[in-house]
Write a protein that binds this ligand. Structure first.
Ligand SMILES: CSC[C@H]1O[C@H](OP(=O)(O)O)[C@H](O)[C@@H]1O
Length: 344
């Protein structure tokens, strides 16, 4: 048995799992990402309503982790509602709608629902198979991305810039863009990682810095607004980001701020690499213009840690994501290789 490096729990996969099923409690167990970096704690979620709340406050977040949450949530609903399949489907639709941009959430829900005719046990088995699949798929996608970075960047060791959080915490295990960092760091190819703090919810400052420190990867935290200057000063060899939904033409929806990074990277001739499992590619969406962008509460901008930093009632523009056109992307890399981008 292995002690899970992130959850601290024993699991037999030898990999750090951020979200899992606890058969003893018949509940979903997940790392509460809202408490990090100050506190490492696990949430035990035994109802779909509680899971939706956890998703909406980003206690569980990141496209692959949301896919797993969606599938496990359906398994929870099937166990609670038994043969009342209408109730299971109603819960499933509420779950899939909890956050509209990351396609993996709905994808995970639908994959688990497909097993419902075989019963609650089959749904749980499908969800658990997805957990194991997630780590394999993301290791492969990030390994392809790491190879591409080595091919496209002559300088050694590498100075990488990343945005938001795309590591173990954003997936069931391993991660996507940070997964490529783990591969490159293990091979001795990383000088440092510049981690965007990623306003307003600070996934970079709170989560990516925490993961990089635990992994022993040299890093520096920077304001999102300093990323372009870092590129202009020659401090960046490659930008590595994740994705929440990739359109059929290769346009990429990702954490807000990604588009600006791509524009700056293009201006400075810096490779811009997107890492995602193929489950994040949504071929039903022709291009980025058709991707629904989640708009989040004003309080995320007008307050920091509960302290008001803007006038009462200040009107805001707070999209959780933006869309980077494929023309600005060197490569969208999945477990199958390069899906889109200039490097194809
Ligand atoms: C490995 S996917 C991570 C992806 O999800 C993040 O969004 P959020 O923190 O709102 O779930 C961000 O867009 C990351 O690139």
């Amino acid at each position: 048995m292995w002690v899970n490096r992130v959850t601290g729990r024993r699991d037999n996969g030898g990999v750090a799992r951020t979200i899992d099923w606890d058969e003893h409690e018949a509940a979903i167990v997940l790392v509460d990402q809202c408490a990090l970096p100050a506190t490492y704690r696990l949430l035990h979620v035994a109802s779909v309503d509680d899971l939706i709340a956890a998703i909406q406050r980003l206690a569980v977040r990141g496209a692959p982790a949301l896919g797993a949450a969606g599938a496990l949530g359906v398994a929870l609903a099937a166990r609670v509602h038994g043969t009342d399949t209408a109730a299971v489907h109603a819960d499933a639709q509420r779950l899939a709608a909890a956050r509209p941009t990351a396609v993996n959430l709905r994808w995970g829900v639908e994959r688990a629902l497909a097993a419902l005719p075989e019963g609650a046990g089959a749904v749980l088995a499908e969800a658990r198979s997805m957990l194991a699949e997630d780590e394999r798929v993301n290791r492969e996608a990030s390994a392809h991305a790491a190879d591409l970075v080595l091919q496209r960047c002559a300088r050694r060791p590498l100075r990488l810039l990343t945005h938001c959080n795309t590591g173990h915490l954003a997936a069931v295990a391993w991660g996507t863009a940070l997964g490529a960092v783990w591969h490159l760091h293990a091979a001795g190819h990383v000088e440092y990682v510049l981690a965007d703090e990623t306003r307003p919810l600070l996934q970079g400052a709170r989560l990516t810095a925490w993961e990089l420190a635990r992994a022993g990867v040299p890093y520096r935290l920077l304001p999102d607004s300093a990323a372009a200057a870092a590129m202009a000063q020659g401090l960046v060899d490659c930008v590595l980001v994740g994705a929440d939904r990739v359109a059929a033409n290769g346009d990429v929806a990702n954490k807000v701020g990604t588009y600006g990074l791509a524009v700056a990277a293009a201006r400075h001739g810096i490779p811009f690499v997107v890492v995602a499992p193929s489950s994040t590619v949504d071929k039903t969406v022709p291009d980025g213009g058709a991707i629904v962008i989640e708009q989040r509460d004003a309080g995320e901008l007008t307050h920091v840690a509960g302290a008001r930093i803007a006038p009462d009632g200040a009107p805001v523009f707070n999209p959780a994501f933006d869309v980077t056109p494929v023309e600005l992307v060197t490569a969208v890399v999945t477990e199958h290789g390069i899906f889109a981008g200039a490097a194809r």
